[in-house]
Ligand binder design. Structure first.
Ligand code: HEC
Ligand SMILES: [Cu+2]
Length: 317
């Protein structure tokens, strides 16, 4: 594997290639317009040069048809470019349901990743080729930005909430990973690589190395230790909602609104329970702010996911 990273690596996913096509189209269109202008300027410079004997009287002040044409034609082209780009953009926010999940926690100045089976890594992210991967990312301190040039994709990673990103690497290789948001002294050193491997190699890699309990298993331990069980267990005497199958469920709130439960919703339910109260329940759930770190919150989310069907189809923009 080569470590000779270049700043403009060839695209490593079909979505990245689509982005390249869009950029090429934009550059081609701009070039075409620029050339048209330059040609006309040169033609007029020549035709109306000082010594030329041309008729300079009665220059027309209007040409309605011409003006309409040069307004409408570019507008149509721009609308087309807009529709094209909007489609690509919307696709970035609809991860396929079968996507692998990897949790990423950024901190000054490193990227920590954890796979659902508990395998952890720092400043590298191993992924299988040909399988959609969905990253669920947050920061432990300041704003960072997860940027992989080969995937033509970048997402801000913000403390206190999740941002997600998905991609399907379609060739093996090691792709540069950068932090693209100035985050302090060693910002420039906050880099690593995304390693895309053949699925068999990835499966092997996943099973090797230090074994922690999987995320869901750790989440279960935390769920008991922090007393969630006392209210949320089916046998509890406290009136609290059933958490099985929560991911993807449409939750009705006491303020009359609804929300589709995703990772951010569950995170907020634990950190700021007053923010959204489930309709029909009392606001008695305590806040677990400062009691759970980012890895623990992620583990609890995976535990809740393991309880029932996950119908979350991917997030909305
Ligand atoms: C004192 C009882 C109590 C404890 C302890 C408690 N909860 Fe809750 N929880 C509730 C109640 C009541 C609600 C519904 C009202 C609301 O939204 O605050 C709720 C709501 C939630 C929701 C939103 C459920 C939905 O259907 O939308 C989640 C997720 C949740 N709790 C997770 C947890 C986790 C994880 C813990 C432990 C870290 C925990 N709760 C501890 C009582 C509790
Ligand atoms: Cu950073």
């Amino acid at each position: 594997m080569s470590h000779a990273f270049t700043l403009f690596p060839p695209a490593a996913s079909s979505a990245a290639r689509d982005t390249d096509k869009l950029y090429l189209a934009l550059v081609a269109f701009s070039t075409l317009i620029a050339i048209a202008f330059i040609v006309v300027i040169i033609m007029f410079c020549y035709r109306y040069r000082k010594k030329a004997r041309v008729d300079r009287r009665n220059a027309p002040s209007h040409a309605g048809g011409l003006e309409a044409a040069w307004t409408i034609a570019p507008m149509l082209v721009f609308m087309l470019l807009f529709a094209w780009a909007a489609r690509d953009y919307a696709l970035q926010f609809h991860a396929p349901r079968n996507a692998l999940r990897v949790f990423v926690v950024a901190k000054q100045w490193m990227w920590k990743a954890e796979h659902p089976n508990g395998r952890r890594e720092i400043n590298t992210l191993h992924v299988p080729v040909g399988t959609p991967v969905r990253l669920i990312m947050t920061s432990q301190d300041v704003i960072h930005s997860f940027f992989v040039p080969a995937l033509r994709n970048k997402r801000d990673v913000v403390p206190g909430r999740y941002s997600t990103m998905w991609f399907t690497a379609d060739r093996e290789g090691e792709f540069l990973l950068l932090c693209a948001e100035y985050c302090g002294t060693d910002h420039a050193e906050m880099k690593g690589s995304v390693v895309a491997m053949a699925p068999e190699d990835y499966a092997q890699w996943l099973e090797a190395g230090p074994t922690h309990a999987g995320l869901a298993a750790r989440g279960y331990t935390l769920f008991r230790r922090h007393g969630c069980m006392g209210c949320h267990a089916a046998a509890s005497s406290v009136h609290a909602p059933e958490l099985a199958g929560l991911l993807g469920r449409t939750v009705h709130l006491s303020n009359g609104g609804t929300v589709v439960a995703d990772e951010t919703y569950i995170r907020d339910a634990m950190m700021e329970p007053q923010k959204a109260i489930v309709a029909g329940y009392d606001a008695i759930m305590p806040s677990f702010k400062n009691q759970l770190n980012e890895e623990e919150i992620m583990a609890i989310i995976e535990y809740i996911r393991s309880l029932g069907p996950d119908t979350l189809a991917g997030e909305r923009p």
